[in-house]
Ligand binder design. Structure first.
Ligand SMILES: NC(=O)c1ccc[n+]([C@@H]2O[C@H](COP(=O)([O-])OP(=O)(O)OC[C@H]3O[C@@H](n4cnc5c(N)ncnc54)[C@H](OP(=O)(O)O)[C@@H]3O)[C@@H](O)[C@H]2O)c1
Length: 293
């Protein structure tokens, strides 16, 4: 299987490189898999000709599109950039994929939903994004399904891992510096450990997945629950105080409830670990973080 990855320098991308590369640069040929890993310097998604060129040069069986403009609040004030990268950029990749005869797996988000449902979102639930970021991803999903009806769209949520800023790293830093930290307790979702997601994505490619699939770690929590568990598991003395979203207004409106049903993933016989187990592995493997025994 030949794979071309856009977004190789990102939080998820770095784990996908580890997942597909094995120990050999250029790919683990023993497993019959070869990865071409691209960052924005290799190919900007907005550059249609360059996107086409790298896809035709690498001739992949699968294209993994993990590149995106992911600053959710930044998207609110940079709407044009959000749509240019997350929607038009994705269309550039999909059109080249169609021409090259490659399969495409596009990373999308729980933020395509409005958060009003109150029970886990199924892949058939209607999109109703409340943020520019969510709107750019929702529109990309719609267009990609038109361009490539067999596209694989993987929605995930609350990503964390090594190699980039993420929620647990921020909480560890704050909890080490302050006696009390305030965290919102009225947004519920599912944390997702990047290595677990990367492994599931590889499984989906090998299973020739198509259509929308929801992939998160199992279970759900609020950001406050997540922070409380991070502080408890790391043995830090800081107190975690629950607050409301209204007390901490941000430019982008986030869904209050964005738990994604795992049924679409289970259909491929792929099962994700609980988020608490994923967090334990993150903390055990965290480089230079203050983890107490
Ligand atoms: N993080 C989350 O909580 C979360 C939740 C749900 C869904 N997702 C989705 O999951 C995917 C991976 O997210 P992530 O957190 O790993 O992202 P990330 O760490 O922010 O990395 C983004 C990647 O996209 C690349 N990129 C940005 N603009 C680009 C452009 N114009 N052209 C080409 N590449 C560009 C970056 O390359 P450079 O480093 O070279 O700039 C980087 O490799 C994204 O599609 C995201 O929307 C993320």
């Amino acid at each position: 299987m030949r794979v071309t990855l856009f977004g190789a320098s990102g939080l998820l991308g770095q784990e996908l490189v580890r997942e597909f590369h094995g120990s050999k640069p250029g790919g683990d040929e023993r497993s019959g898999e070869h990865l071409t890993a691209l960052s924005s310097k290799d190919a900007d998604l907005r550059d249609r000709a360059r996107v086409r060129e790298v896809i035709f040069n690498s001739r992949p069986d699968w294209i993994l599109l993990a590149a995106a403009y992911t600053d959710v609040d930044g998207c609110e004030s940079n709407r044009d950039l959000a749509f240019a990268v997350n929607c038009e950029g994705a269309i550039n990749v999909a059109e080249a994929a169609r021409e090259a005869g490659s399969r495409l797996l596009f990373l999308s988000t729980d933020y395509v939903f409005d958060g009003c449902k109150g029970s886990p979102y199924e892949i058939t639930d209607p999109r109703n994004p409340t943020s520019v970021y969510g709107k750019s991803k929702a529109r990309a999903e719609e267009r990609l399904l038109e361009i490539l009806p067999e596209v694989s769209i993987v929605r995930t949520s609350w990503l964390f891992g090594h190699g980039s800023r993420c929620f647990p790293a921020t909480i560890l830093k704050l909890a080490a510096a302050r006696p009390e930290i305030s965290v919102v307790n009225d947004q519920r979702g599912s944390p997702t450990f990047a290595p677990d997601l990367a492994s599931a994505l590889a499984g989906l490619c090998r299973a020739d997945a198509r259509g929308i699939v929801h992939v998160t770690n199992s279970g759900n929590c609020t950001w406050y629950d997540f922070a409380t568990e991070i502080v408890r598991a790391s043995g830090l003395p800081a107190k975690v105080k629950p607050v409301t979203t209204a007390e901490f207004p941000r430019p982008a409106r986030r869904p209050a409830y964005s738990v994604l049903s795992p049924a679409s993933l289970h259909a491929y016989n792929i099962h994700m670990p609980e988020w608490q187990d994923a967090l334990r592995r993150y903390l055990e493997s965290a480089p230079a973080t203050p983890v107490a025994q």
